[in-house]
Ligand binder design. Structure first.
Ligand SMILES: [Zn+2]
Ligand SMILES: [Zn+2]
Ligand SMILES: [Zn+2]
Length: 464
């Protein structure tokens, strides 16, 4: 049985398997060029039997780096979930022949034919390059957060909440397929200023089992039964008796059950002032039934006004999220000193410093240093650019004092120096420039911009 064949850059490939037979990859080509590293979502034994070629390198160790996931069957879902916490490139483009991966699949091919898979690989080459340009995502506490940021950035999309009627929570994030507790991961990122929330839906939650699979219903205020009937009320003017219409119904028309008179004319003998609800389970009547929820998972009843609520959001990438992604780590000010401020905190701290400086007429100078990444990418590649930006941030932090504030920009650094005149800041920048010149082999094209106290407000607006 052939699992798939692919024709990539003129090269014919095929993975062949059969009962007891090893998987083989046929490729007689020796053409030079970029080779793609592919992690096939097969179990370890099957993966070991893949044979690489000049153009296609089947990654056997999932923890090494690779460019694409390929999923050949629905069972690949389990392999993906198992490998995601430790594999070398969790944000890699995913090509799937099944739709089990929902929006996490970057390409779904209907049939695992040579041309379909080759077409998917070639159409996803720019995406693979975009993912490859980011620092790798290490296993550990930040992994899921960085993965969420990487998927949003490289796929240029918000992380959208979607209905998932089979899950207890009813809502999920298909892009974060395989990530455990995605809502917690996303909420932490939003609280850290890396993602912006956009409201999706407010759901009620069962207080007993935390599920949102609740059924809303009107119930009897006495016995909680939903077996209710609504009747019009009749009010008999002459004796003042009022009851449900059913109590008045008689073969001759309406007869008052209290005074036994026949009610002839609406508006003269009687009127209908409203409705009453009767419980067919306990016989009680009530003006309004109660609205409540019954949990379809555990059966617990919760009155509507006592039910807990949970808000769900879509999430959009913010500048601080992109900066963290490029730095390859989420800043944790408390446990990792010296990483600088997040851009959001930078703006808060500088806004405060600015108002103090204005009030007391003290000097304050901010500046930005940005790298022409286009030129630098040609020289050192995209990962090299990331490393150089990290180096520049470190260098700036070493050169500044304790009362100065530094933050990473997507392609550079921003700093604010308290009690510093413009000329002092220029002298400091000159020293930094010299250090860069003497340390870096490649000479990045750097642009510096200074902002005096009166101009810092404009800078802050631009950063926000
Ligand atoms: Zn429940
Ligand atoms: Zn009456
Ligand atoms: Zn009842």
């Amino acid at each position: 049985m052939t699992i798939w064949k692919a024709d990539i850059a003129g090269e014919r490939l095929g993975v062949i398997t059969g009962p007891g037979a090893p998987l083989l990859l046929r490729s007689p080509s020796n053409a030079a060029g970029k080779s793609w590293r592919i992690l096939c979502l097969l179990d370890d034994e099957q993966r070991k039997n893949l044979r690489s070629t000049a153009r296609i390198e089947f990654v056997l160790d999932p923890e090494s780096d690779f460019d694409f996931f390929i999923a050949l069957s629905p069972a690949a879902k389990d392999v993906f979930e198992e490998l995601l916490p430790r594999c070398g490139n969790p944000a890699a483009p995913l090509i799937s022949v099944t739709d089990v991966f929902a929006s996490r699949a970057d390409a779904v091919v209907e049939q695992p034919t040579a041309s379909a898979i080759a077409g998917a690989i070639s159409s996803l080459t720019p995406l693979a390059a975009r993912v490859g340009a980011l620092p790798s995502i290490p296993p550990g506490a930040d992994r899921n957060g960085l993965l969420a940021l990487a998927l949003a950035y490289t796929r240029s999309t918000a992380i959208k909440a979607r209905w998932q009627p089979c899950s207890p929570e009813l809502v999920g994030y298909p892009l974060l397929f395989g990530v455990e507790n995605p809502r917690t991961v996303l909420e932490d990122l939003a609280n850290g200023g890396f993602l912006r929330r956009r409201f999706h839906e407010r759901l009620h939650v069962c207080g007993q089992c935390d599920s949102s699979q609740l059924h809303a219903r009107e119930t009897c205020i006495n016995c909680r039964s939903s077996h209710l009937a609504e009747h019009a009320l009749i009010h008999h003017y002459s004796c003042g008796f009022q009851a449900a219409q059913t109590a008045f119904e008689h073969r001759d028309g309406y007869v008052c059950p209290k005074c036994h008179k026949l009610l002839r004319h609406y508006g003269v003998d009687y009127d209908k002032p409203g409705f009453v609800t009767e419980c067919l389970a306990c016989g009680g009547t009530m003006a309004e039934p109660e609205v409540g929820f019954i949990c379809t998972r555990c059966g617990t009843y919760t009155a509507g006004d006592h039910a807990a609520k949970r808000d769900w959001y879509h999430y959009e990438l913010l500048a601080d999220g992109l900066a963290a992604l490029r730095a390859g780590a989420l800043p944790h000010a408390d446990i990792w000193p010296g990483t600088g401020y997040s851009l959001r905190d930078f703006c808060l701290v500088v806004t405060h410093a600015l108002s103090v400086a204005e009030q007391h007429q003290r000097p304050l100078t901010a500046w930005t240093m940005t790298v022409d990444t286009d030129a630098l990418t040609q020289e050192v590649g995209r990962r090299g650019v990331v490393e150089i930006c990290q180096f520049l941030l470190e260098l700036v932090k070493q050169n500044l004092g304790d009362s100065d504030v530094v933050s990473a920009l997507p392609t550079g650094v921003v700093a604010c120096m308290s009690e510093t005149e413009r000329t002092e800041a220029e002298a400091k920048l000159q020293r930094i420039r010299e250090q860069i010149g003497s340390t870096l082999k490649s000479k990045p094209e750097l642009k510096f911009e200074l902002f005096g106290r009166e101009e810092i407000g404009t800078l802050l607006r631009d950063l926000n």
